[in-house]
Design a protein around this ligand. Structure first.
Ligand code: NAD
Length: 362
């Protein structure tokens, strides 16, 4: 299935609205999910629609939430997302951080109790577009998926980390990744017939490694993809260093923000929440922005001038892959595996969307 971003946005917005959100909120959630597909991160795109709808129906996500600023100083804030859609509460927390950093030069904002906030790169890009450096440490309370370096039991979430730089005249320079070897959504996409994951991305209880999504989800015959059904775990990336960064995301995004760490469970079975500790910095607090940009651009050219490791290869900087995917998918459409499409259509039917509003498979 190849579908334009615009049609996919409308379809996902229709589903969320039929499931009980306002049109405005449904359209916002849909826009961020499709943005993930446009950047090539299908793991955080519309494959999530059925799961979000399920969470909405079970009350794990609350529609129409206004987040509460619990504590505030000129340079810090603690924002309680009150289980609202991450796509609703996170932009409000990020905007607060942007305003504070613009006024004072530096700001730290803790967000807790947000439902899944999607691709963290969206939030780094939002700050960079306002001329700020942004650093985010994120955890996923209640989502035990990843084995730490040296262990086989799940003790970490996929705890993403993101750093964004404001360099004008080029696409967003954003490093944004899960600290797990692969994001859980990539295992989900693979389990639904999409791109395979590396054959050592998962670990079984006996310590052997695997690329079979059944290690995480249990038998794939059913359409259910509940990580609790699998016996194994995703491995942390980068050996002890990645595992250590994930640990710090749990500490900063989970323990410090008040969101709670990935385990032991604090908010009741089934409810997952993202916590995010973010720092925003105005580059002119350190040096003339033009001097920073000139040095950065000179270094980017030097970095990319490395001879490729493989014939025809190329060295990319953070964010470059996403910019290329965006350009290609905006022009040609977004490819979706048949199983992903079928699960979204089934979700649309289950929430009672009229068949005339369901795009026909190409
Ligand atoms: P990934 O492994 O695709 O890595 C992405 C990063 O690597 C980007 O910064 C990208 O620019 C860079 N990159 C990609 N290919 C490159 C290349 N060839 N050369 C140089 N740099 C390259 O990402 P991931 O770990 O699968 O994470 C996917 C998304 O999942 C992220 O957006 C992350 O924020 C999101 N995520 C969210 C949650 C959550 O709870 N909300 C949890 C985990 C992950």
């Amino acid at each position: 299935m190849l579908i334009s971003a615009e049609r996919l946005r409308d379809f996902a917005a229709d589903i969320f609205t039929a499931a009980g959100t306002s049109r405005e909120e449904g359209a916002r959630v849909a826009r961020y999910l499709v943005e993930a597909n446009l950047t090539g991160h299908d793991s955080h795109g519309v494959v999530r629609v059925p799961r979000y709808v399920q969470w909405l129906k079970s009350g794990f996500i609350v529609a129409g939430v206004t987040p509460e600023v619990e504590r505030e100083t000129p340079i810090t804030a603690v924002v309680d997302g009150k289980y609202g859609f991450g796509q609703t509460v996170t932009p409000i927390a990020v905007k607060l951080g942007i305003e504070k950093a613009k006024a004072s030069g530096l700001a730290a904002v803790a967000l807790k109790n947000s439902a899944h906030l999607g691709r963290v790169g969206d939030w780094g890009e939002m700050a960079a577009a306002e001329g700020l450096v942004a650093i985010h440490y994120v955890n996923v309370q209640g989502s035990l998926l990843v084995a730490p370096f040296g262990g086989v039991d799940r003790r970490l979430s996929t705890a993403p980390h993101c750093i964004a730089l404001p360099l004008p005249n080029r696409p967003p320079v954003v490093l944004d990744f899960a600290t797990s070897y692969v994001a859980e959504g990539k295992v989900l996409v693979a389990s639904r017939g999409g791109k395979k994951i590396p054959d050592d991305a998962l670990i079984r209880p006996d310590g052997s490694v695997s690329g079979d999504p059944a290690v995480l989800y249990g038998p794939l015959a059913s359409s259910d993809r509940t990580p609790e059904n699998g016996e194994g775990a995703i491995r942390a990336f980068g050996l002890h260093k990645g595992s250590g960064l994930a640990f710090m995301c749990e500490m900063l995004g989970g323990a410090l923000t008040g969101n709670g760490t990935c385990g032991p469970r604090e908010h009741g079975r089934g409810r997952i929440t993202n916590g995010m500790l973010s720092f925003y910095l105005r580059p002119d607090m350190i040096d003339e922005p033009a001097a920073f940009v000139a040095r950065a651009e000179r270094y980017i050219a030097f970095y990319k001038s490395s001879r490729p490791a493989e014939p025809g290869g190329e060295v990319l900087i953070p964010g470059e892959m996403e910019a290329r995917n965006r350009a290609e998918r905006a022009a040609k459409g977004i490819p979706l595996p048949d199983e992903t499409w079928a699960s979204i259509v089934a979700c649309a039917e289950a929430v009672g969307l009229e068949s005339a509003r369901i795009p026909a498979a190409a």
